[in-house]
Design a protein around this ligand. Structure first.
Ligand SMILES: [Zn+2]
Length: 347
């Protein structure tokens, strides 16, 4: 229960409704303000209960657009069950084109939230105590934001719990994307402070994906995200199998699926200098250990040569740098082993 956030819509009511999650706010300009977060509910009765979240990080726009477009289009009869959608959960950050909220809150590090905290903490607490417990499935759509650019991919954080892992793999396949990326737990982070980590800690079914990045969307990334979301909703039988849209073509040809294992510590390449990073490899490129993958430039120095970044392992490039400004410790590129079949992946 949340004592500080309420919903203007009744999720139990059959039908389609749009409204707001409302949290008490108090700002320099307004003492009795209400923070209004747009939320949508489509309830057709019995069936799976699904929560879709976009814009967990503000500058990751692919999911925000895909969710908003799909919700506008869906009618109650198109689904079996209940769909709750928040297209842009960190919309003040989305407007600012930033990953974090203006108070530096990373919405994906504050779960289970705090009903007496700042606005994002209040919202996270409402999700953690009201919406996530209510549903069977949570879909959380990301991309690289300004800092990174991902292959448009389904993703999964590897779980030691084999039963939960098999559900993650089922959902990984449910997205029906060309690429899937397998990640370890986040280094130096309490995994359940992340929205998907919190969902996993409750044993709820989870879909996550990274659908591009660099703080921009393209016709291709938008199309893949939209098709993947529709495929995911069909895979859990929320969306009826024969549902189609007159506005979109969902037939993204997926041949040669690739599963890229990002769990090895030498997957991650971090900046060792402060400067401007130039990518020398494309997403999806095969590289050999020791090969040049990028360079850090020092434009404020007349005679300093770029610092060359070499691949610390062979594999496939799954993530490259977006925004080029880097300082020591920023992540530049991820390279992992690629498999055509997930069953080949080592334990
Ligand atoms: Zn993100």
């Amino acid at each position: 229960m949340s004592g500080t956030v309420s919903s203007s819509i009744d999720f139990d009511k059959r039908g389609k409704e749009s409204g707001y999650l409302q949290a008490g706010d108090s700002t320099n300009n307004s003492g009795w303000a209400i923070f209004n977060l747009p939320i949508h509910s489509i309830n057709s009765g019995p069936g799976p209960k699904v929560l879709i979240i976009g814009g967990n990080h503000g500058d990751e726009y692919e999911g925000q657009f895909a969710i908003a477009n799909l919700i506008r289009e869906l009618k109650v009869d198109d689904i079996a069950g209940e769909l709750i959608a928040i297209p842009s959960v960190s919309f003040p950050a989305s407007f600012a084109s930033t990953r974090l909220w203006a108070d530096d809150t990373n919405f994906n590090r504050i779960f289970p939230g705090d009903e007496n905290g700042r606005i994002p903490q209040k919202i996270a607490h409402y999700l953690a105590t009201e919406l996530i417990p209510r549903v069977d499935v949570v879909i959380d759509i990301h991309s690289g934001g300004r800092g990174h650019h991902f292959l448009e991919s389904a993703t999964a954080t590897w779980s030691d719990d084999k039963k939960y892992r098999s559900d993650l793999i089922k959902n990984l396949n449910g997205w029906n994307t060309r690429y899937s990326l397998i990640f370890p737990s986040h280094p130096g982070t309490n995994e359940s402070s992340l929205l998907p980590g919190y969902v996993a800690s409750l044993g709820k079914s989870l879909f996550t994906g990274e659908f591009g990045g660099s703080g921009v969307t393209s016709a291709t990334s938008n199309r893949i995200t939209r098709a993947a979301l529709v495929s995911a909703l069909k895979s859990i039988s929320l969306l009826k199998p024969d549902w189609h849209s007159d506005s979109y073509d969902h037939k993204v040809a997926v041949e040669n699926r690739e599963f890229i294992d990002m769990r090895s510590s030498d997957t991650y390449h971090w900046a060792e200098e402060e400067g401007l990073y130039q990518n020398k490899k494309r997403l999806g490129d095969r590289v050999e250990k020791g090969e040049l993958i990028g360079a850090i430039h020092f434009p404020d120095s007349a005679d300093r040569k770029p610092h060359l970044v070499l691949a610390s392992r062979s594999g496939t490039v799954g993530v490259i740098r977006g925004y080029p400004r880097v300082k020591r410790g920023d992540c530049l590129t991820l390279i992992g082993d690629s498999y055509s079949d997930l069953s080949q992946l080592p334990e």
